[in-house]
Write a protein that binds this ligand. Sequence first.
Ligand SMILES: *Cc1c(COP(=O)(O)O)cnc(C)c1O
Length: 372
Amino acid sequence: MSLPVTSGHRVVPFNDFPAHYAFIRTEVDSAVRRVLARGRYVLGEEVEAFERDFGRYIGVPYCVGVASGTEAIVLSLWALGIGPGDEVITTNLTAFPTVAAVYQAGAVPVVADIGERDGLLDPCEIERKITRRTRAVIPVHLYGQSCDMDRIIRIARVRGLKVIEDCAQSAGALYRGRKTGGLGDLGAFSFYPTKNLGAFGDAGAVTTRDRTFYRKLLRLRNYGQSDRCTFIEKGINSRLDEIQAAVLRVKLRHLDDWNAQRRLIAAFYRKRLPSRVLLEEHAYGRPAHHLFVIQTDGRERVRTGLMRKKVETLIHYPRTSQSQRAFSGQKGERFPRSERFVRRALSLPLYPEMPLRAARFVADSLLEIWNA
Ligand SMILES: *Cc1c(COP(=O)(O)O)cnc(C)c1O
């Protein structure tokens, strides 16, 4: 693959979805045609097969396909019986949907600060936020790195809390040799197109080892019905459709290869860039490298410099959860580490189809900008 050339400059996009589709086009097209011709479009054999495949991939007996990552969290909370009056602790540095899902479930999100070297929810900060009303913790495996699950699960067990892993960014990531999503009580996945395992539209799933939660999730995603005419709980419509499930089955077969490509690019960046800008890599895990985030002073100058070189960057995330207008509560509380982190975070291009020479161009451009 050659770098696109625009007016004499090389262009490094943040992602390359046309290249991604081109790679799997034959397989995906025939899977989609199969669904269209079969005539069953909602809750059919593709969804069942994907649930089986994905559960096996994560290493759990049960998986339920749902409509999005956000609703994977909402339904997980409901499956645990969590709702109005209940507090749920999560991180102050995440995609806001983690928090929005807690609101949608009717519960109260309580955010806690991060570790400054990895950007992940700090287990000590979880303990400081626990009250009589706390029912669950949602660790977010941010940027594809795994949280320290042994520590989090130990705290949860001692304090009687449930654990929902937000795995939206960590499909395929390992923690002590096990896949994220099989460690807590429930794992919530998003298959939004930009994620490591992305559909061609919205999609999500919940993974679990618990048969009771599983049966409950099957009902909750489908109007609360237990059979065609019997409604035994207050559910919603949050189903994974057959076309997306068929696409996901195809793409799941490539996920390990794509994540290996991501690891190559990430390793290259880590070799080339100064260690002071890199996030800490934990010995306990193998990240899925959903994003490659660095920490830099003078971020705007760096971003502008990269833009001039036609290197596309993004910021994950420009604001903490607590500072969003939609967030209520914890007013006036300070979160020094996440507040500093969001001012210095910069996400570099990293995607499976990215040529190594594009990564070299990004790294060399950065070094040039920092040394200028
Ligand atoms: C993408 C994402 C979500 C939401 O997933 P959707 O499928 O977009 O609803 C939740 N949490 C995190 C950490 C995410 O990155």
